[in-house]
Write a protein that binds this ligand. Structure first.
Ligand code: B12
Ligand code: SF4
Length: 638
């Protein structure tokens, strides 16, 4: 297809680490800087994986004839670098600049650059694409695309090119134009999901590239906020399309490793069998990581070989609770004893018949029927039987949406909330009080008194714009058997959020392979490279019972109190940890372990040193810095 032959555009993306927002736009479109000094050393604030959605949309538009380039690692770029890049790319065909925000895209330099383009190239259309509309609405863009956006983008570009953008289906909220791809221009299911990278993407052979096998999940668990659930029809991609992507990536870049973003990779088995046939045809053995239902594995041992044939043995299991009534209450009904036994058998089977297995169990503290005792029991089982793999637990978060004013119907359509959020009482929850409000549309930062205390814009919602500020309210709760959110938090403080750490968490592998002496199989933390990997991650994924207990003692909280006069919580900073960068309150985490002197840093290039750890860590950090800087330099010069 060639009808976009005379179109050029740029899509910026990339996953940033958990860094706060550096800026926001106010109601007049002015960019407000939220921190005094944006960090200069930004290479370590981005994650290595590529911008999945950006590459997907770009590949699709290229198939339609357009010249579309993706720029990764957005948070790492400085303003002058952005400008240099733009000047080297801009030409008479340039039509759009896009920001892809799978998660946050909150770099001050990025938004300054967007403002600079707006001022100097006013004819360029600025578009944002996301699955998380609340992450983009605080910024001023010409168009906001919400949901799987390939077809919406194609239509939008065609209409902009023809001067008929008004033909698009969109909502208007104030002066924001929002295309809802859950409703219009749907791109799920989609048979072709191929990404075709370009030379100017500088893909390295050690990278773990993102990939999709399907869009949506056939289940609908009560706490799940994923956008496309309860899917009935086949929602998987075409086999040839998968083969083409994998062979192309292997031949051009040497790629063998992928991270699947499917909501549930193993939701039905026929799909896996079809893809196993594709994998057999490849001249190499790939490896995949991704979300996987543990109960399906436990129930179907006759299918276990398919996981090996696929190379899909790096699993993230949303187990949610090891207490059967709790898991059952949210839609994961298998008997917990059977589930645990099945997982252990599967683990053994894969270890025996394959060279890699990593199982990451994810739990939620606070589901119905859960008590501190049942949490303790689950933890005890994990410590006994899952010590050689990974487990993390987080607190249940209930967010009550508030749909008010003239845009209420739009807010309702765009909010991705869970069944529990929608009706907590029907799951036995009593709502105790508000924790914090955040705007779905705009500038929640500005109404956050704790953070913006002295800022002149604090609490200024412009007259006439009140309806544009749809709110989400995070609440504290008591479950049906009396466990409160506070009890859950206390439990987490006492026991830590990492309960076992025998392997690495599923998605973190990509960060370490930048060290050429590490292999994918080293990520099981079973080889002599274990200490080095733990050094690299600062011991972040290492559970340490003594440390956690001491930490919990230090921050022993007093009851937080709602101060009506100030319209905020007092004592919050004791109860939660206040992120210095954003002022946001988050669940406390212990400081990184100082492993020096603990003997854990002693291995370097196979030689044991008593003091090598520091240098090992520095070399690793330098490697990432060089990689990102080389990328940026190569990009500008490409
Ligand atoms: C895989 C995944 C992860 C992986 C990411 C792996 C990686 N490195 O990319 C991991 C496990 C690390 C992860 C972590 C988190 N995740 Co997550 N994750 C997903 C998931 C399941 C798929 C994302 C994906 O890759 N999809 C496939 C690609 C192709 O889709 P996409 O990137 O969204 O792109 C499409 C559209 O967004 C749009 N689009 C994107 N860019 C552009 C650009 C233009 C121009 C246009 C027009 C369109 C467009 O079109 C694209 C193609 O159709 C989504 C749910 C979902 N199904 O979307 C949640 C989701 C993105 N995650 C979510 C959350 C909350 C998180 C965490 C905060 C969880 C936590 N509490 O820690 C962390 C945040 C991590 C961080 N660094 O900030 C939320 C985000 C909600 C929000 N309001 O922010 C989502 C939407 C799920 C949900 N509804 O709850 N996640
Ligand atoms: S929790 Fe997992 S299995 Fe359940 S609906 Fe969400 S994606 Fe599907």
């Amino acid at each position: 297809m060639t009808y976009l032959n005379d179109v050029h555009g740029i899509i910026i993306g990339g996953v940033q680490a958990y860094v706060g927002d550096e800026c926001v736009h106010d109601y007049n479109g002015n960019l407000i800087q939220l921190i005094d000094n944006p960090p200069q050393d930004r290479e370590h604030l981005v994650n290595i994986p590529r911008a999945h959605g950006a590459h997907k949309v770009a590949s699709f538009l290229r198939e339609c004839g357009a010249d579309v380039e993706v720029i990764d690692y957005a948070f790492a770029w400085h303003l002058e670098e952005w400008k240099d890049l733009w000047k080297s790319r801009y030409n008479s065909k340039t039509l759009f600049l896009c920001i892809s925000a799978a998660f946050r895209q909150s770099s001050l330099f990025l938004w300054q650059f967007v403002g600079w383009v707006k001022n100097n190239y006013p004819h360029i259309t600025i578009i944002g694409g996301t699955q998380s509309i609340d992450k983009l609405l605080p910024y001023k863009l010409d168009w906001y695309v919400f949901g799987y956006g390939e077809y919406a983008m194609l239509e939008l570009i065609k209409n902009i090119k023809d001067g008929t953008p008004g033909k698009m289906e969109y909502y208007e909220v104030g002066d924001r134009k929002i295309i809802n791809c859950q409703e219009h221009y749907k791109a799920f299911p989609k048979k072709s999901m191929k990404i075709s990278y370009e030379n100017r993407d500088f893909i390295k052979d050690w990278e773990i590239l993102p990939m999709e096998w399907s869009r949506g999940c056939i289940f609908r668990c009560a706490f799940c906020t994923y956008p496309t659930l309860g899917v009935r029809d086949d929602h998987s991609r075409d086999e040839n399309d998968l083969y083409e992507e994998m062979i192309e990536n292997y031949e051009r870049w040497g790629t063998k490793h992928y991270a699947l973003s499917d909501e549930t990779v193993n939701d039905y088995h026929k799909k896996l069998e079809r893809y196993a046939k594709v994998i057999k045809k490849l001249p190499f053995k790939p490896r995949f990581g991704g979300y996987c239902r543990g109960d399906i594995i436990a129930a179907t041992d006759k299918h276990w070989d398919t996981y090996i044939e696929l190379g899909f043995t790096n699993h993230f299991y949303g187990i949610e609770s090891l207490h059967h009534p709790s898991a059952k209450a949210v839609g994961k009904g298998m008997d917990s004893g059977r589930l645990k036994e099945g997982l252990l058998k599967f683990k053994e089977y894969i270890m025996k018949n394959h060279d890699f297995y990593a199982g990451h169990i994810s739990l939620i503290a606070g589901l119905p029927h859960e008590t501190e005792k049942t949490l303790d029991e689950g933890n005890a089982w994990l410590k006994k039987y899952w010590k050689d793999n990974f487990t993390a637990i987080g607190i249940l978060s209930i967010n009550l949406p508030l749909y008010v004013g003239k845009y209420a119907h739009v807010a309702k359509k765009l909010a991705t909330i869970s069944l529990i959020d929608d009706n907590p009482e029907s799951y036995g929850y009593k709502i105790d009080g508000e924790i914090r409000k955040s705007g779905l549309w705009i500038t929640d930062k500005m109404s956050n008194q704790e953070y913006m205390k002295d800022h002149p814009l604090n609490h200024q919602i412009q007259k006439g714009k009140e309806d544009e500020v749809s709110k989400r309210v995070q609440v504290s709760w008591t479950n049906n058997v009396g466990l409160t959110m506070k009890d859950g938090m206390e439990w987490l403080k006492k026991n830590g959020s990492v309960l076992t750490s025998g392997t690495l968490p599923t998605w973190s592998l990509a960060e370490y392979l930048i060290d050429p002496s590490l292999k994918y199989t080293d990520m099981m933390l079973k080889s002599d490279k274990r200490d080095r990997i733990m050094t690299y991650n600062d011991g972040r994924y290492m559970e340490d019972e003594n440390l956690m207990t001491n930490y919990a003692k230090q921050i022993d909280p007093k009851e937080p109190l709602w101060d009506k006069g100030k319209d905020s919580w007092s004592n919050l900073n004791k109860w939660f940890w206040k992120e210095p960068h954003t002022g946001a309150y988050v669940v406390p985490r212990p400081p990184p372990l100082d492993l020096r002197g603990r003997g854990a840093l002693a291995e370097n290039e196979g030689t044991i040193f008593t003091s090598a750890g520091f240098n090992t860590a520095i070399t690793f950090k330098q490697r990432k810095k060089n990689y990102i800087n080389d990328y940026i330099r190569n990009k500008i010069n490409a």
